[in-house]
Design a protein around this ligand. Structure first.
Ligand code: UT7
Length: 337
């Protein structure tokens, strides 16, 4: 008899967003903009900002992990591995994942950072799933966390209205019931770096008084080009993954797109011919939290999902990086408690 395929099931979720809100009205006082423009062009009403100077990305990630462990009553020592998707590690060196393991008490886990910008959580989820499928690890935590407020220029109205801070975490465990991460489809196109990046502060242009004065340590974006590429990238990736898994849009219960702009989300839903009720949206409350948008949606909407639901996750971000993940929902640990 054939051995059943091992898949990686999501069995617990945790999330964290800072208390402090930055509303469109607050932004009207910082740059020449309006609540009307931001709402109509992006769908965003407010974002959460981590204001405590002693806290950073690893703290938000650790808060999300602690919530996950607490809700699922999982002892921290049982976690084998942690993958942190982030573009805003606390420091350039060392990995923020080490700090998360330390802060969340994951004494038996090894961990590493993964940087794939807004697609980071999906790339990390596929890496975590591979570790589970290898049968060498039984409990892997995958996090998407970003403190975008650390790299956003609050005098640039093209970018400062878009981003917020937050973290979301999932626990992956083996399943033999065909539940969990079923398929992934990823793409990378380095030509996209010219359209969306933080140009300075890395090895090419180390931070200096000149780079700081020129604002090159902050996010720069050619919004219109990214906008078009995001719609095409996410919808094409969803269509391709649906086709190769013999899924029609009737078979898909939910789609969870990266939350960068409500107009992008709606355009992807329309191209795929999904009714908008199937498309999960929380951008109005958090803005674009980069690697955290998809796990924060999973966290916010977890009670809407039922065992066996077919869920498509899709993301697009700097790099360019993009892709889609086909997930079959299972049962969260806390539902069995
Ligand atoms: O997560 C990573 C991927 N990132 C994304 O997916 C973001 C993709 N891009 C976008 O979401 C949109 O391109 C933006 C929201 C960034 C911009 O929206 P847009 O509809 O593409 O606006 P635009 O850049 O074409 O600008 C239209 C006008 C311009 O004025 P003129 O040249 O028509 O006079 C801008 O100067 O709106 C002006 N504008 C603003 N006005 C008020 C730009 N930003 C603002 C602002 N408030 N904050």
């Amino acid at each position: 008899m054939n051995k059943r395929r091992i898949t990686a099931e999501i069995t617990a979720i945790g999330g964290y967003v800072p208390e402090d809100r930055l509303t469109n009205e607050d932004l009207e006082k910082l740059v020449e903009t309006s609540d009307k423009w931001i709402t109509e062009r992006t769908g965003i009403k407010e974002r959460r900002i981590l204001r405590d100077p002693l806290l950073a990305t690893s703290d938000m990630a650790a808060f999300a992990v602690k919530k996950l462990l607490e809700d699922s009553r999982l002892p921290a020592e049982e976690v084998d591995c942690l993958i942190l998707a982030t573009s805003t590690p606390d420091q350039l060196l060392a990995p923020a994942a080490s700090l998360v393991c330390e802060k969340a008490g994951l004494n038996n886990a090894w961990g590493f950072d993964l940087n794939a910008a807004c697609s980071g959580f999906l790339y990390a989820l596929s890496m975590g799933a591979s570790l589970i499928e290898s049968e060498r690890y039984k409990k892997v935590i995958v996090i998407g966390a970003d403190q975008m407020s650390a790299i956003v220029n609050y005098s640039d109205r093209n970018t400062c209205i878009l981003f917020g801070d937050g973290a979301g975490a999932v626990l992956l465990e083996p399943s033999t019931a065909g539940i969990g991460v079923i398929d992934n489809l990823f793409k990378t196109d380095g030509k996209g770096v010219a359209c969306l990046s933080v140009p300075a502060g890395g090895s090419l242009e180390p931070a200096s008084t000149e780079t700081l004065a020129a604002g090159r340590n902050y996010v720069q974006q050619d919004g219109r080009t990214v906008f078009k590429a995001a719609i095409k990238g996410m919808s094409d990736a969803c269509l391709e993954i649906m086709e190769r898994n013999n899924l029609t849009n009737q078979d898909v219960d939910w789609i969870i797109p990266h939350q960068a702009n409500l107009r992008i989300i709606n355009a992807v839903g329309n191209r795929l011919n999904f009714p908008l009720e199937k498309v999960k949206v929380n951008i109005q409350r958090y803005g674009n939290t980069t690697a955290a948008t998809i796990p924060l949606c999973l966290w916010d909407f977890q009670d809407d999902f039922t065992a066996g639901d077919n869920i498509l996750l899709t993301a697009f971000g700097a790099g360019f990086t993009w892709g889609s993940t086909y997930l079959k929902w299972g049962t969260l640990r806390h539902h069995n408690l």
